[in-house]
Write a protein that binds this ligand. Structure first.
Ligand code: NAP
Length: 285
């Protein structure tokens, strides 16, 4: 696993840890950023099997790896191996960014803040007092919900096909964010999309052309904002349907970019070259 790292080089090594991780777009944006700022660093893919996870994390500092992004399925699992966890990552109970120094491993979560930044930028949307509907109750939904909750929306309704996951997610959110009303929707109908201000797709449904449209167009109306976290597809079926009904809708590329910018700043202390990172992502899609 570690033989991909050149131990002799003074080059700083960063990367994304996941299983699988091959299709990650993060190397493109971070390597473009390092090049633009003249930083002698390389961002790699570390596809690590579950049985190697602990060993990999423990060797980060020894192997001179300076920073890691964490993706599926390790965002929760890495927490027990870290020395310090940021307040946000603690609230979300998941880490997507690790800063490595000889003294310690620090965990952060930049997904939720990346999402908030992007809805503000793309939709000029302030969630305070608003009604929000979320499809999916996995890791991304949790990050997004915790950050939305910080802005005290009126309510957040969440639906997931996996009722156990939904219960776990709602239990977590009710514990950590008491000022907000969270609703566990038993069906898409119960999400109350007709009265919502923002609909978020935090499921992977929409990545494949053969995937179904998750929300019937009859629930959509002009004024509803639709944010699909999927970023590999320019216009998912959900986005297309929403636009046809006159809604503003976007994919998750802006969130991917924003969470990457935040990770870059944590690792290097430098302001990320946003447009260069965005162009690197767009060129790949
Ligand atoms: P995850 O942990 O697997 O959660 C997805 C959840 O959606 C699962 O609980 C899944 O249930 C559920 N689901 C599947 N089909 C559904 C349906 N038809 N209706 C309702 N719920 C359904 O995945 P994640 O990490 O949260 O990621 C979710 C999506 O967000 C992915 O597409 C990912 O690429 C994207 N994402 C984007 C960014 C960004 O920066 N733009 C960041 C993070 C994630 P089952 O497990 O039973 O299938």
């Amino acid at each position: 696993m570690m033989n991909t790292v050149n131990r002799q080089s003074s080059k700083q090594i960063y990367g994304v840890l996941g299983y699988p991780a091959k299709h990650s777009l993060s190397p493109l944006m971070h390597n473009a950023a390092f090049k633009a700022l003249g930083i002698n660093a390389e961002y790699k893919i570390f596809e690590v099997e579950p049985s190697d996870l602990e060993n990999f994390i423990q060797l980060l500092s020894k192997e001179k790896i300076s920073g890691i992004n964490v993706t599926i399925p390790y965002k929760e699992k890495v927490i027990s191996f870290l020395d310090v966890i940021s307040a946000e990552a603690k609230l979300i109970a998941a880490v997507n960014t690790i800063k490595v120094s000889e003294a310690k491993l620090e965990g952060f979560n930049t997904d939720g803040e990346g999402f908030l930044r992007d809805i503000s930028e793309v939709f000029d949307f302030n969630p305070t007092g608003k009604a929000i509907a979320i499809l999916g109750a996995g890791g991304a939904a949790k990050s997004v919900s915790v950050y939305l909750a910080k802005t005290t929306p009126k309510k957040i309704a969440i639906y997931d096909v996996d009722k156990i996951k939904l219960k776990g997610c709602l239990g977590h959110l009710n514990d950590c964010c008491k000022a907000v009303e969270f609703i566990a929707a038993g069906s898409i109908e119960e999400l109350g999309i007709e009265e919502s201000d923002l609909l978020v797709n935090a499921t992977p449904i929409g990545m494949k052309e053969t995937d179904p449209l998750l929300v019937d167009k009859k629930f959509m109306r002009k004024g509803l904002l639709v944010y699909d976290l999927i970023y590999h597809v320019q216009e998912t079926k959900l986005i297309r349907a929403a636009r046809e009904k006159g809604c503003l809708a976007t994919n998750g590329l802006g969130m991917l970019l924003a969470q990457g910018e935040l990770s870059f700043k944590i690792w290097t202390g430098r302001n990320p070259p946003r447009e260069i990172m965005r162009q690197a992502l767009l060129a790949a899609l």
